[in-house]
Write a protein that binds this ligand. Structure first.
Ligand code: GRF
Length: 206
């Protein structure tokens, strides 16, 4: 090994360790992966991808990319039992920042407290407008001229934690829930990597 190789592996070993929680297709997770690969998040590596849905497409993509992928189905477990299994993985992988990427479970106040300042979520609306579900439909119904996405820290509320960054898109005449969702999703894929790198600049090591 040359001296250069050693320096490179030291730098790589010191990267922040990300854990991803997802329930579905995982396009935001893949956007984060791609951003790590192409140097837009130089300070991070993904050490665990966890899903409460055993056959979530996003979990399969993680396995295909050679990342540690953990199905933790909720069936038969209480919320606290389920969260205990999730946290065991996060702890043993040494996760420092948890990124919710389409994770469809509400986290308990205890979980949020233990990871305070270390959990991010992405939401397809300009919070505080339209927290919760069916947000694009609600944005269209209320006649919004613009929408977008928000990356925020997770607190005990529903989509209420401190905002890291937002990206905006116009609502266009004739938009449907599908067309607006697609326009927002493209911005989500830019916003999440940007927000993660921003947070990592000041995140204390764990
Ligand atoms: C995204 O729209 C995200 O904002 C919301 O859930 C969706 C997840 O999509 N929280 P994907 O699984 O990342 O493709």
């Amino acid at each position: 090994m040359s001296a250069g190789d050693g320096a490179e592996s030291d730098r790589r070993d010191s990267r922040y360790r990300l854990g991803i929680l997802l329930s579905g297709r995982g396009s935001n997770f893949l956007a984060i992966c791609d951003a790590i690969a192409d140097g837009r998040i130089p300070d991070a590596t993904i050490v665990a991808v966890i899903s409460d849905v055993a056959d979530a497409p996003g979990l399969n993509r993680a396995a295909e990319r050679g990342l540690p992928a953990f199905p933790i189905p909720r069936g038969g477990l209480t919320r606290s039992e389920h969260e205990a299994q999730v946290e065991k993985i996060l702890d043993s992988a040494g996760v420092e920042l948890v990124c919710l990427a389409g994770y469809m479970r509400i986290l308990s106040a205890g979980f949020v407290a233990r990871w305070r300042g270390r959990i991010l979520n992405i939401h397809p609306a300009l919070l505080p407008k339209f927290p919760g579900l069916h947000v694009q439909r609600r944005a269209l119904e209320s006649g919004e001229q613009e929408s977008g996405c928000t990356v925020h820290f997770v607190d005990e509320g529903t989509d209420t934690g401190p905002v890291v960054l937002q990206r905006r898109v116009p609502v266009l005449p004739g938009d449907t829930e599908e067309t607006l969702s697609a326009r927002i999703l493209a911005e989500e894929h830019r916003a999440y990597p940007e927000a993660i790198q921003k947070v990592l600049r000041t995140l204390p090591r764990r």
